[in-house]
Design a protein around this ligand. Structure first.
Ligand SMILES: C[S@@+](CC[C@H](N)C(=O)[O-])C[C@H]1O[C@@H](n2cnc3c(N)ncnc32)[C@H](O)[C@@H]1O
Length: 307
């Protein structure tokens, strides 16, 4: 795959909605403001918006105060709603923060939860909350609390029947093969416990793998030690889970806050059409390098020597 040159100025947005989508899918990551591009997408054309937006008040590239975060995010959410297909989803990876000022100083700021409520009020159906658990979270000084070892991933759907393929994300059963074979022959089938819980012991082991549950353990990657790389990369494993479960083969996946291009790399690897938008030119260049190489991650969880 060749590396497309990035023009010196942000490219103009085509007038024709299908040309807008075609450009995003062609470029992999397009240099532009998703606040301007998303409303131009064809209606009901996107199967999955998967993104890790700038978190409140956190990075040099985003200085959005947590008190104003919902107000900032809503126009993007509105445009994504219009562009999502009837079975389409919006999946947002986001992290809480401790308020630095104001009456909540020193407490967890509730902006993440306020965002969920606002999206639900807008019409996005809140399907599930996933926890991205980081087995290699970095220790530090966080006041009267432990280190941050997880982030939220919220799944919203446009309609009542979002695309969802549990089989695509099943994990190996924990029990032994002998036990699996024995259980498959269990003629008693569903058994109810005294407490009233029923367990279907017959069909559980006929799916080729276990339901992974909504806590996803993926090590954080540390791409910032690799040249000009993005400082807030999302590990490929996280994107992979949601792309596989929540977009059909050949479907359209868009990341409106594309950063280093992880979503596009992973979605294309799994046979989806993928593109994204990124405001900062240097990240667009970096994303295109990674897309061309088909590789977004550094070695998971390893800091470079001397760091
Ligand atoms: C948390 S980072 C995304 C990291 C990405 N998931 C990755 O793996 O590299 C958020 C990105 O959104 C970009 N961004 C912020 N506002 C934007 C906007 N209005 N349009 C496009 N990109 C934007 C920032 O420049 C930043 O690179």
């Amino acid at each position: 795959m060749h590396l497309q040159a990035v023009p010196r100025r942000e490219p103009p947005i085509p007038n024709d909605p299908s040309a807008v989508l075609a450009q995003l899918l062609d470029e992999g990551v397009t240099w532009g403001d998703s606040g301007l591009w998303l409303p131009k997408l064809p209606s009901k054309s996107v199967d999955l918006f998967f993104t890790s937006p700038p978190y409140a008040d956190q990075r040099a590239y985003s200085r959005i105060h947590p008190d104003r975060y919902v107000e900032w995010f809503l126009p993007f959410a509105r445009a994504m709603y219009d562009a999502a297909s009837d079975t389409g989803s919006l999946v947002i990876n986001i992290k809480n923060r401790v308020a630095k000022d104001g009456p909540l100083r020193g407490q967890r700021h509730p902006y993440v939860f306020q965002l969920v409520i606002a999206l639900q009020n807008m019409g996005w159906r809140w399907v599930e909350e996933y926890i991205w658990q980081k087995p290699n979270a970095i220790p530090g000084k966080f006041g009267p609390r432990t280190k941050d070892a997880f982030e939220h991933v919220f799944h919203f759907a446009r309609g009542t029947k979002p695309y969802f393929d549990l089989n695509a994300v099943r994990v190996p059963y924990k029990t032994t093969q002998d036990e699996i074979e024995r259980r498959k022959l269990d003629t008693n089938g569903r058994r109810n416990t005294e407490a009233g819980f029923g367990r279907d012991r017959v069909s559980t082991y006929r799916h080729g793998g276990a339901d992974p549950g909504n806590v996803i353990a993926v090590s954080q990657t540390y791409n910032q030690h690799r040249g000009v790389a993005h400082t807030a990369p999302m590990p490929e494993g996280l994107a992979e889970f949601f792309v596989k479960a929540m977009s059909p083969a050949g479907g359209v996946v868009i990341d409106p806050f594309a950063g280093g291009g992880t979503t596009t790399v992973v979605a294309r690897r799994h046979g989806r059409q993928a593109g994204g938008l990124e405001l900062h030119e240097e990240f667009v260049m970096e994303a295109r390098r990674r897309i061309a190489a088909g590789l977004a991650d550094d070695v998971p969880g390893r800091l470079a020597a001397g760091s």
